[in-house]
Design a protein around this ligand. Structure first.
Ligand code: PMP
Length: 399
């Protein structure tokens, strides 16, 4: 424990209670008592976690079906809500089958483990910044794994060239990266994979609901949905509820259903959660307002921070990572924002991100009103001055 504390890996948590119906407002239970704060780091990117239709579906299902399914999917835990949700995600992504899991973590764990374990002589090609759930599943499967440079189709191509043709190959990457907020060159990565006859596995946790027609994600937005063999998504971010899924070819999904320990030996999604997730997916297939609001607020925040010369790790998506570059100052910045300005943004330090790139990851959403975005940018600018944090170089004015 001492070593853990010295290395900065010992974790403490901020106690936060969301105010449903008033999110992004929440109650912070801290040393100053219980105080209302604005949350700036929630993954409920579209505010669907408090959408009246989602809450009504969950309440209705709680009343009809109880608190949980009472078992794994195999033993009394498959309800019509699960079946309907699986049909819905398959249809959303234009795939043959869908499968839901208790979390998105479990979806990656189950799917990649089964691919690595069952495709004979399988070899993975994994983006350097892939999520922990993907890395751990590929490792656990025991299959050979090559790590390609982040978002680099040329490096992927080089590494694919080094492996004998005819071996089953799985290229695994994300569409938007959670810590850096940068976007994968999906069309290029898919084209390289296709040239080598490789299976494409994409984690769209940070894009489903938020990007593409009907919220079908980034592959759909870029018109490469058919090039993705197996797509993974979560209901815990854009859809504002909980659980994860994969969508893909029937036999592949069937193999995961029959063989994945992370699917078989655990509880099924509580039916009320499945019903809430289904309502959220259906709503976001019909409605563009939430998506438009998300991207408009993110644009506003990025413009205000750029004008204030506050450095960002990247500015490519709805995730706005503010680069601090020092763990203690990052904590201090978050503490000042919370205590003085009642704005909660979690500091992100090593090992979640490399040392020297410590940051606040800001998640604006359509339920953060423009005035709140202005207030946040203003508070951040003042804290930045107070802590004397480095600014980006001033933009050159052309004559
Ligand atoms: N994949 C990525 C890229 C993620 O960021 C996350 C969550 N942080 C997950 C998978 C896991 O999703 P869930 O929270 O539903 O377990």
């Amino acid at each position: 424990m001492e070593k853990l504390k010295e290395s900065g890996q010992y974790r403490t948590f901020v106690e936060i209670e969301r105010l449903a119906g008033r999110f992004p407002q929440a109650l912070h239970h801290g040393s100053q008592g219980v105080r209302e704060v604005t949350v700036w780091c929630s993954n409920d990117h579209l505010g669907m976690g408090q959408h009246p239709d989602v809450l009504a579906a969950m309440r209705r299902t709680l009343d009809t079906s109880g608190a949980a399914a009472g078992g794994s999917r195999n033993i009394s835990g498959t309800t019509p809500h699960h079946v309907a949700l699986e049909r819905e995600v398959a249809d959303l992504h234009g795939k043959e089958s869908g499968l839901t899991f208790i979390t998105g973590y479990a979806a990656n764990d189950a799917a990649l483990y089964v691919l690595g374990k069952t495709l004979p002589d399988c070899v993975f090609f994994s983006d350097r910044l892939n999520h922990a759930s993907m890395i751990s599943a590929m490792r656990a499967s025991g299959a050979e794994r090559h790590v390609f440079d982040h978002n680099d189709p040329a490096d992927l191509n080089r590494r694919l060239n080094e492996v004998r043709p005819g071996r089953p190959k799985v290229v695994a990457f994300e569409s938007v990266y959670s810590m850096d907020g940068d976007v994968a060159p999906m069309a290029e990565l898919c084209a390289v994979a296709q040239r080598h006859d490789a299976f494409v596995y994409v984690d769209e946790a940070h894009t489903v609901g938020m990007y593409g027609p009907e919220g079908a994600g980034l592959a759909a937005q870029l018109g490469v949905g058919d090039e993705v063999t197996l797509l993974m998504g979560t209901f815990a971010k854009g859809y504002g509820t909980a659980g994860g899924y994969v969508a893909g070819p029937g036999p592949v999904v069937d193999a995961i259903r029959s063989l994945a320990p992370a699917f078989i030996f655990t509880l099924s999604m509580p039916p009320a959660v499945a019903a809430g997730a289904l309502t959220s997916v259906r709503h976001l297939r019909r409605s563009d307002i939430e998506r438009a609001g998300l991207h408009e607020r993110a644009r506003l925040l990025k413009t205000l921070l750029r004008d204030a010369r506050i450095p960002l790790v990247s500015d490519q998506s709805h995730i706005v990572p503010v680069l601090v570059g020092d763990p203690e100052r990052c904590r201090e910045l978050a503490r000042t924002l919370l205590e003085r300005h009642r704005m909660y943004a979690q500091p992100i330090n090593f090992p979640s991100v490399p040392r020297g790139t410590e940051r606040l990851r800001i998640n604006p959403s359509p339920v953060h009103q423009p005035l709140e975005v202005h207030r946040f940018a203003d508070a951040l600018r003042r804290c930045w001055d107070e802590l004397d944090l480095p600014r980006t170089a001033p933009a050159r004015v052309r004559a």
